[in-house]
Write a protein that binds this ligand. Structure first.
Ligand code: PMT
Length: 400
């Protein structure tokens, strides 16, 4: 994203206050962000807010010129992406019909940048056939239109028409700005812990936050893959644009993984799966009667090992993680071999800047030919992107 140039075009809707958050997200990602507003938008939120957030001049008046540059032409040609958020019925109609009667609509009509439209309006306006027709015209012309959210609207009605969440608009923008080099690939990622019930209120679980697996799902989706994320219980929001399958126990996870396995090209098992579960889960809360309590644990199925042992029936790249506190390389190599994997990510969880819960990770990538790639400390997003790079190369080599 660094070095990219975007324009956020704001038209006059109540959701324009959410565009402040959107601009902030781009600025935080080091994206050069400019804002263009319609005159109506300035009645909902001031240009000063966006000038402060973006650090750049905001244009809302066609004749408010700086120097001799023709900004309604140059802005849309210099940008990589224009995001209209919120896009009212009026700006959508103007764009569909080539009307250019203010700075925003004139800049858009002359633009060579990609355009992302984020509609936001009353639900009846959104259902109007003229609006639907205008949106389909814009899609036909190659613009991307995000579906509005559903729920209670500012006008106290219910239905479709809410501006998509700024984080989701940001993610959609990233997809549009990223090379779609994984298009056509189906990738399944598992993430988070599993939780094995003891009784209706207690369970056995582990410290996995899901951050590593969610980062992998996000990275693959951004690069154009169709991604299914099977996740144990975490506090994370499912990444935008992935098929999300929520599971609790190891057996749930195994069912979901096997259900989604056909047609999958790559399976990445970042989840921290419980190796054992209580033999019985009490149907009522266990009472505090004695000084000690024994739980009998039985072994859970090993999902990854079962995927590996049946790989010839469902050919795909199989990637495991090995979370180890000691003998990292030896233990990871053993898992790579016994589970019939194509690559294993050895995760040293003895460090406090790697493994569970952290935003960073330190891993080694181990391949079937014995090669080991030792990676430095990186954010989990960076690790994810690098793993996806390596899997893309493995996939290309497998197919040649
Ligand atoms: O979620 P975070 O807080 O970001 O933390 C990330 C992580 C530390 C959980 C992740 O990077 C990681 O290392 N995940 C694997 C943890 C683990 O369970 O490792 P393992 O060595 O026990 O298992 C080896 C592999 O077999 C793993 O791919 C695991 O998903 C799989 N497995 C294990 C047991 C089992 N019954 N079924 C499995 O499929």
């Amino acid at each position: 994203m660094k070095g990219k140039k975007i324009i956020v075009g704001i038209s006059g809707g109540i959701a324009s206050y959410k565009s402040a958050q959107l601009v902030r997200l781009f600025v935080q990602a080091d994206v050069l962000t400019r804002v263009a507003m319609t005159q109506n938008a300035t009645r909902f939120i001031t240009p000063l807010t966006f000038e402060a957030l973006s650090g750049n001049r905001v244009i809302h008046d066609m004749f408010d010129r700086e120097g001799t540059s023709i900004e309604h032409i140059s802005w849309g040609q210099e940008a990589d992406l224009i995001i209209i958020a919120p896009a009212t019925a009026n700006i959508i109609a103007k764009m569909a019909n080539g009307i250019a009667d203010d700075f925003l609509s004139t800049m858009v009509i002359a633009a060579t940048a990609k355009i992302l439209i984020c509609p936001s309006m009353n639900n009846r306006m959104f259902m109007n056939p003229a609006l639907k027709h205008n949106l389909s015209l814009l899609k036909e012309r190659g613009m991307t239109v995000m579906e509005p959210g559903e729920g209670e609207l500012a006008c106290h009605t219910e239905g479709p028409g809410r501006l998509p969440e700024p984080a989701d608009i940001f993610e959609q923008a990233l997809i549009l700005l990223t090379e779609q080099d994984l298009k056509g690939l189906n990738i399944l990622v598992t993430a988070g812990p599993t939780a094995e019930p003891i009784d209706p209120v207690r369970y056995i679980t582990n410290r996995s936050s899901g951050k590593m697996g969610y980062a992998l799902a996000r990275a693959a989706r951004r690069r154009g893959a169709s991604v299914t994320l099977v996740s144990g219980p975490t506090s994370l929001k499912p990444p935008f644009g992935v098929k999300f399958r929520s599971v609790k126990t190891t057996e749930d996870m195994m069912r979901s993984v096997f259900d989604n396995r056909p047609d999958t090209d790559i399976i990445i098992k970042a989840a921290a799966v419980s190796d054992y579960r209580p033999r019985e889960s009490a149907s009522r809360k266990i009472k505090k009667k004695s000084d000690s309590l024994s739980l009998e644990l039985i072994k859970n199925p090993d999902i990854l090992a079962q995927l590996g042992s049946t790989k010839k029936d469902f050919p795909c790249l199989l990637v495991g993680f090995a979370a180890e506190t000691e003998d990292l390389l030896a233990n990871a190599r053993e898992k790579l071999r016994t589970k019939n994997l194509d690559m294993i990510v050895a995760n040293d969880i003895s460090r406090n800047d790697a493994g569970f819960e952290t935003d960073t990770n330190v891993v080694k990538l181990i391949y079937v030919d014995g090669k080991v790639e030792d990676l430095p400390l990186m954010t989990k997003d960076e690790v994810a992107d690098l793993i996806i790079d390596r899997l893309k190369s493995l996939k290309e080599n497998n197919n040649t």
